[in-house]
Design a protein around this ligand. Sequence first.
Ligand code: PEP
Length: 251
Amino acid sequence: MPRRPLVVGNWKMNGTRASSLKLISEILAGLPSDARADVGVCPSAVFIPEVANALQGKSVRLGSQNVADQDQGAFTGEISAPMLREFGVSLAIVGHSERRAIYGETDALVAARYAKAIAHGVTPILCVGETLDEREANKTFSVIDTQLAAVIDLCGVESLSQAVVAYEPVWAIGTGRTATTEQAQEVHAYIRSKIADLNADVASKLQILYGGSMKPDNAAALLSQPDVDGGLIGGAALDASSFLAICLAAN
Ligand code: PEP
């Protein structure tokens, strides 16, 4: 059974209340009704309630850019999976490289966030990927092994049947530098084979997204790779026509 494509926009800390509503209404207006690909958007957390309203009765999924590793309590600044669920959030990015690099999130913390998403029926989008130094030192696969092992050790390989993985080479995020189709396919196939060693069924159904300067002009080639099941889109997700063009390429 072919895996269903998934395209998710990560709006990061961009936009205003008004521009977020404009963006979601343009996306909704432009999506074909017979689209094969699933589509999701991750607005800034403060705009989630209004974007959730706009998405009432629509098939576009609502995502969060992170999720707490706790359910409630004295965790200033965090937003828990049950809170997100109240607003219809069904996706949560975990382990984005900006969280790992800028805010020091460790593999253990990322795994704890992932576990809470799973426990509350929110699909984690687990981001993995190497820096340029790690790639040049031939450490790409070992970095990904460690990042995957953190969640598998905590939650078991079966948890990946309720998750999505995003391969995001750090050197390609927001840089305009994209992995070649061969580089992306090589790592996606590696991720799938590592998981298949533990559970072939989970591996064959797992959606593995590519993220890193995916744009309308490179999306079709990346998405045509056998193990690339969609995209996690940063910059191009802030422009409705670019995002829609990528969604169309995923169809
Ligand atoms: C991202 O931040 O997840 C991302 C893929 O960003 P960009 O598309 O801008 O490289």
